[in-house]
Design a binder for this molecule. Structure first.
Ligand code: SF4
Ligand code: SF4
Length: 198
């Protein structure tokens, strides 16, 4: 094999005649590309085609809307636990039933770190992580989501709500003797409650 000293002990093989033509390498490259044209496609035409991320994905936090109103009872736990203080709210009471509700509820999405702690602490399953992730803001004000922008219908959030019901705190009550009939989100069977009301 012909060798040529470049410098020191580094050696480079000299190309033979065929190799100097580069054609075989070009043909090899084209054959490789052609072969991959018939393989299963692993890329997708985002954003026209969006991936199915599954219910375990934690996207933008949203408020659950049920029967035309928010589930939230304005307890303030999510705002208190939120590490970057992204949640602001103002509680109010309905005049007739004295139920608490958030008159104002805002999340500053520029602060949100998608940690999911708000969802973890909520006793009403009123705030959950959605599958919405491609949010764009043109101004800082635009990134502050008010209650109307945060509300998402329960049916649309069903995959995440069902996933939470199945996997959140599966051993709750095993160590300590809690009353499972208590108003605890992780053991509460909302379906049964609906049946019982009718
Ligand atoms: S996901 Fe985390 S950072 Fe975002 S609002 Fe909830 S608690 Fe705050
Ligand atoms: S923890 Fe749940 S119920 Fe309490 S204020 Fe937050 S969203 Fe509303």
């Amino acid at each position: 094999m012909a060798t040529r000293i470049i410098q020191g002990d580094k050696k480079e093989r000299e190309l033979n005649f065929i190799e100097k033509l580069y054609l075989p390498e070009i043909l090899k490259g084209m054959a490789f590309t052609f072969k991959h044209m018939f393989r299963k496609q692993v890329t997708m035409e985002y954003p026209e085609v969006k991936p199915n991320l599954g219910p375990e994905f934690r996207g933008r936090p949203v408020l659950v809307e049920e029967n035309g109103q928010e589930r939230c009872v304005a307890c303030g736990l999510c705002a208190r636990v939120c590490p970057p203080l992204a949640i602001s709210m103002q509680a109010a009471e309905t005049p007739d039933t004295k139920e608490r509700y958030p008159a104002v509820f805002e999340i500053d999405m520029l602060r949100c770190i998608y940690c999911g702690l708000c969802e973890d602490v909520c006793p009403e399953e009123a705030i959950v992580m959605s599958d919405d992730y491609d949010n764009v803001y043109l101004t800082r004000k635009d990134a502050i989501y008010d209650k109307q922008r945060l509300l998402v219908n329960k049916a649309r959030l069903a995959p995440r709500l069902n996933w939470l019901a199945k996997f959140r705190n599966p051993n709750f009550g095993d160590v300590y003797n809690f009353q499972k009939s208590n108003n605890i989100h992780s053991v509460r069977d909302r379906q049964q409650e609906v049946v019982a009301q009718h």
